[in-house]
Ligand binder design. Structure first.
Ligand code: HEC
Ligand code: HEC
Length: 197
């Protein structure tokens, strides 16, 4: 009787458990995404910057980004439209797939000398000495396109992209500091373009 009750309890609890992404289903969902993210060097038209690399990015961060576009913390017409049409399970699945699409360098990384900027020491605490995010929702920056990194930092600084952690980080950065930081992370081995097959 007790055991039966326990089983019933487990069974009922199952749907409440955290949904884990199904990478196989995610691969199918990613087909549309790769029309932009899967083409090496593909550019956003205005402003002009390369579409971010997603291969090997942290799954939890990808989900958080998609929710950001859906909920208006991030602004981009195409990405908002994409995110609005996705269920949370779709987001989990596509992110699980993209997170696996990188070679081993994302794990191994290679640390570089931190640029001679006091502020860069701060970044390392969360984004890692090798540019790999230290927590599931702290993005990996290693190997990301330089112009996308500049774009992202400028958006935080100018309050266009809303995030409680990064807005104060970027608030006082000059264009020159943004340039140096973007070069630093873009020059590391890490993220990859998930090429469309
Ligand atoms: C028409 C081109 C296009 C398509 C299609 C597209 N994206 Fe994007 N995506 C972009 C651009 C451009 C950005 C950068 C937008 C910005 O300024 O925030 C972006 C940003 C992202 C980001 C944020 C990355 C980061 O490092 O913060 C994620 C995650 C993402 N896209 C996932 C997807 C997924 C998943 C799909 C398919 C369901 C998809 N995208 C389809 C162009 C596209
Ligand atoms: C306390 C932890 C923390 C520190 C310190 C920090 N970051 Fe971040 N960073 C984050 C988080 C969390 C995000 C994701 C925010 C979001 O969802 O928009 C992020 C996002 C970013 C992004 C956008 C990545 C993308 O794919 O769009 C860039 C670029 C970035 N950080 C650079 C920096 C730089 C440069 C510094 C130092 C000046 C720094 N960060 C300091 C936690 C941190």
């Amino acid at each position: 009787m007790r055991i039966a009750a326990l089983f019933a309890c487990l069974f009922l609890a199952a749907p409440l458990a955290l949904a884990e992404g199904d990478a196989e289903r995610g691969e199918e969902l990613a087909y549309t995404c790769l029309g932009c993210h899967g083409i090496e060097g593909y550019r956003n038209a205005y402003p002009s910057f390369r579409v971010p690399k997603l291969g090997g990015q942290k799954a939890a961060y990808l989900v958080q980004s998609l929710k950001g576009y859906r909920d208006g913390e991030r602004e981009h017409p195409t990405m908002s439209a994409q995110a609005e049409s996705m269920s949370e399970q779709d987001m989990e699945d596509v992110s699980a797939y993209l997170a696996t699409m990188a070679n081993e360098t994302v794990e191994a990384g290679g640390s570089k000398d931190v640029p001679a900027l006091d502020i860069a020491q701060t970044c390392v605490a969360c984004h890692g000495a090798n540019g790999i995010g230290m927590s599931p929702t702290w993005p990996t920056l290693a190997g990301q396109h330089e112009d996308y990194l500049r774009h992202a930092l400028t958006q935080y600084r100018d309050g266009v992209r809303s995030n409680a952690i990064m807005m104060p980080m970027a608030m006082n950065l000059t264009d020159q500091q943004i340039k140096v930081l973007a070069e630093y992370y873009a020059g590391m081995k890490g993220l990859e373009t998930t090429v469309k097959e």
